[in-house]
Design a protein around this ligand. Structure first.
Ligand SMILES: [Zn+2]
Ligand SMILES: [Zn+2]
Length: 412
């Protein structure tokens, strides 16, 4: 028998209700903030990600799903931001609608090691706002992320923020780290020994305990920020404060991707154990320019839907069950039943019938298992009288009614 690909997951009907509830809450909230949905393809040219996420990042080096097609190399998208930046430019939004607020919901792909419980296909809900460097926009985006979590009934979350500064500041931070970490190099984990050469900021958020100790001892503050960046960060802090949003400044928060600069942030939740991030985001003021567009800012975030579901306490809301279940006895009744079912559905009444020619008793059990509110029983005798039996499953009462009356009866 075929099995699903390791690191993928079937979302079965019992669970799908939870997904729908989260997606609907997200759509409603994004609309409230005037964000519009964008749906980009799940495949892109692989070089889009090399260029934007950075060649030395773990995602590009180890986690891309590549598809070789003649002379082209495509990748299944590992995240949403690069695709949206590509689409923004390709569709001339920089000219027609330079300040654009977008959101997206969809699958992402990374070649993770499934034995660690990581998914190779996972799902993001996220947004991107392109066209402004204003600190109040950072405040809106972070507060929107917090409101989203609340709308999913997730309350016990923490917000960590930091500023990486502009590319110059990032470079200065990298240099001072390199100097400070030089004599510690032998004590770093194997990954960080490589990072010290090609992606030094990532050492700051290494999960290895030894590395964390070394980094904590460095006592990094935001001293690498130039006056403009420092001012921008202060405005973000002030703006969040004015909205009553609690946050912690976390100087070790860097986010791994090359395109981030200035504000970065992360949402964590205690339900999730050591890998406690539910979502994260940040500014990418050079991304659009890097892809050949104008020099305008951008900011966004993404939440992992699987992680939201783990953190959320809401149960999928059971739909108010109004299902009508039809049982027919005999061939003539079956043919008439198909028509009745069609009429009920045309009138917006959710309905189904027994397709397995079960005995009345077995079919009643099936109706009960399906959670039917009403059961209709149509036999040859009833049909002759133009009648049908209607059983109310909530109180067990049964009566015969005229078929013509049926829709009206069930509507009220
Ligand atoms: Zn700066
Ligand atoms: Zn390390």
């Amino acid at each position: 028998m075929f099995k699903k690909v390791p690191g993928t997951k079937d979302i079965l009907p019992d669970e799908a209700g939870h997904w729908q509830a989260i997606e609907e809450a997200a759509r409603n909230l994004f609309s409230l903030y005037n964000y519009r949905q964008i749906r980009t393809p799940i495949i892109e040219e692989a070089s889009l990600f090399n260029r934007t996420l950075g060649n030395t990042t773990e995602i590009v080096q180890k986690q891309m799903f590549l598809i070789h097609n003649q002379n082209d190399v495509y990748a299944l998208r590992p995240e949403g931001t690069a695709s949206i930046a590509r689409s923004y430019l390709e569709n001339n939004m920089d000219k027609t609608n330079p300040f654009t607020k977008l959101y997206y919901i969809g699958p992402m792909f990374r070649l993770e090691r499934p034995q660690k419980g990581r998914l190779r296909q996972f799902h993001h809900i996220g947004c991107e706002v392109i066209g402004s460097q204003e600190a109040i926009l950072d405040v809106e985006v972070i507060s929107l992320a917090a409101e989203l979590l609340k709308s999913f009934a997730i309350t016990e979350f923490k917000i960590k923020i930091n500023s990486l500064g502009c590319p110059n500041d990032k470079q200065a931070l990298g240099l001072s780290l390199k100097e400070a970490l030089h004599k510690e190099k032998q004590r770093l984990c194997p990954d960080c020994k490589v990072r010290i050469e090609n992606n030094i900021l990532r050492i700051l958020d290494c999960k290895n305990e030894g590395c964390q100790k070394i980094v904590k001892a460095l006592a990094i503050k935001n001293t690498h920020l130039c006056p403009d960046c420092l001012n921008h960060f202060k405005e973000v802090e002030k703006g969040l404060g004015s909205l009553g949003i609690a946050f912690e400044v976390e100087p070790f928060l860097v986010r791994g991707l090359d395109y981030y600069n200035r504000t970065v942030f992360e949402f964590t939740h205690s339900n999730l154990g050591s890998q406690d991030a539910i979502g994260a985001g940040g500014r990418y003021n050079n991304l659009i320019k890097e892809l050949g567009g104008p020099n305008i800012g951008g900011i966004g975030f993404a939440f992992g839907i699987e992680r939201l579901i783990l953190a959320s306490m809401i149960n999928a809301e059971k739909p108010l069950n109004r299902l009508v279940y039809l049982i027919t006895l005999g061939e003539t009744a079956k043919a008439a039943g198909v028509k009745i079912l069609n009429q009920l559905r045309s009138s917006g009444i959710p309905s189904d019938m027994d397709y397995l020619n079960r005995s009345l008793k077995a079919a009643m059990r099936a109706a009960n298992d399906a959670g039917a509110r009403y059961v209709l029983i149509l036999g040859e005798d009833e049909l002759k009288k133009d009648a049908i039996s209607l059983k109310d499953m909530s109180n067990g009462t049964q009566r015969e009614i005229n078929i013509q009356e049926l829709t009206r009866e069930l509507k009220c």
